[in-house]
Design a protein around this ligand. Structure first.
Ligand code: XMP
Length: 395
């Protein structure tokens, strides 16, 4: 298998789109192209570029049942509104029973990878697609290879890549990137491989796509399973969808009211907020979650703190945390309910590092009261740990 990546293109949107169209045409030839969309901005950009290039493409969305809902609407319905031509492959019935009960984070990831890989490979075979176009972006590549993208060639074989990765193994944090998923295909094309999220958003603005899509927060491949601490069950999944929606919606609305858009670039050059979500679990203070120390992944339990709200003092304290993976600020303590809810909201340039978003305490209180309308809500925390020493997600 060959991977073709657009290396060092001009970043000015008009120029970029022109070069990306030539690049896509060069490598797809007159072959039939498969493009998987996740609902996120990276794969949407890759697909829009294919449309700009008028290349014969089948756009596909895999519904495994663990996607978020936004304002109560399921992701598959949202993507169908944006791209009515999309083919939805519904694997919920086969996939969900496999993931229910699985506790181990890496095993959860593996289940997703296998599901994506086998579903996509089967679809490609059944539809005679010869090329796969995906939305792999710069941080995915550089983190996975451990070197700069400018040191890669435009076209590389899988064997060449494996040898290179082996040489730069210290770049590895988690087995998380979609580019490690293997497909049964002759070639992949990665038109946005040299772009950061912010550059992707500039291209989307240039292509005049709706604001909701441009400011859509990144969402991980293992979907809501990355935000359910411990095993996924039908019950906790249904609860997670509701609280995730509440948290994302309240924070998006706050930014829209404040700045007119759901995400800004702050003085540090970070996207603020970069990611927003609720994580849940039962007795989360007793559960090990992921952290990152000296570039390596750790598993430790979190620590909770309560008392006076002082954002700067608390986050500075959290940045020096040793022996615990996270510091939670306790917003509500209870012995009623089932699930603890953690509000996570971070700013970041490219997800390699992240700072905690300085949300006003009145907003956190407002979110707390909405969460408490659900009878299954137990304790509520705000995760005040930057990355490092925490990771963004909990698995
Ligand atoms: P962490 O938790 O490592 O996350 O700080 C960094 C960025 O990567 C996303 N993420 C994933 N994306 N598969 C993905 O496609 C994964 O297994 C995965 N784990 C984390 C996360 O949402 C954040 O943007």
């Amino acid at each position: 298998m060959l991977n073709h990546r657009l290396i060092n293109p001009p970043k000015e949107p008009k120029e970029f789109v022109k070069i990306a169209i030539e690049f896509l045409k060069k490598h797809s030839g007159d072959k039939k192209v498969f493009c998987a969309l996740s609902g996120g901005i990276d794969s949407s950009t890759a697909y829009l570029l294919l449309k700009e290039a008028n290349i014969d493409t089948i756009p596909v969305f895999i519904d495994h049942g663990l996607m978020r809902t936004i304002n109560g609407i399921e992701e598959r319905e949202i993507i169908k509104q944006i791209f009515p031509e999309i083919v939805i492959i519904d694997i919920r019935e086969e996939f969900l029973p496999k993931i229910y009960g699985e506790e181990d984070a890496e095993s959860k990831r593996k289940l997703f990878k296998n599901a994506y890989s086998s579903t996509i490979s089967k679809f490609i075979r059944d539809n005679n697609c010869e090329v796969l176009v995906d939305g792999t972006i710069l941080p995915d590549i550089e983190e996975s290879f451990g070197i700069k993208i400018s040191d890669l060639k435009e076209t590389m074989s899988l064997d060449e890549e494996l040898a290179l990765k082996e040489k730069n193994k210290q770049g590895f944090i988690k087995s998380q990137h979609n580019l490690e998923i293997e497909y049964d295909i002759k070639a992949t094309i990665q038109p946005v491989a040299s772009l950061t999220k912010e550059e992707i958003r500039n291209i989307l603005k240039y292509l005049k796509v709706p604001q909701e899509l441009i400011y859509r927060k990144a969402f991980p491949g293992p979907a809501l399973s990355a935000r359910i601490i411990g095993a996924v069950t039908p019950e906790n999944l249904s609860f997670e969808k509701k609280v995730h929606d509440i948290v994302e919606n309240c924070i998006n609305t706050h930014y829209e009211e404040q700045y007119g858009v759901a995400m800004i670039i702050n003085e540090q050059g970070e996207q603020e907020p970069f990611q927003v979500f609720a994580a849940i679990g039962e007795d989360v203070l007793l559960k090990k979650v992921t952290g990152m120390v000296q570039g390596k992944r750790t598993y430790e339990i979190p620590l909770s703190i309560k008392g006076e709200w002082d954002f700067n003092k608390l986050t500075t304290f959290a940045s020096h945390l040793i022996g615990y993976a996270r510091l939670f600020y306790e917003l509500h303590e209870s012995n009623k309910g089932i699930y603890d809810v953690i509000i996570r909201c971070v700013n970041s340039i490219d997800a390699r590092k992240a700072s905690v978003t300085n949300l006003p305490i009145h907003l956190l209180e407002e979110i707390k009261f909405k969460l408490l309308e659900l009878s299954d809500t137990k304790n509520i925390y705000f995760d005040i740990t930057p990355k490092p020493p925490a990771t963004i997600e909990y698995v």
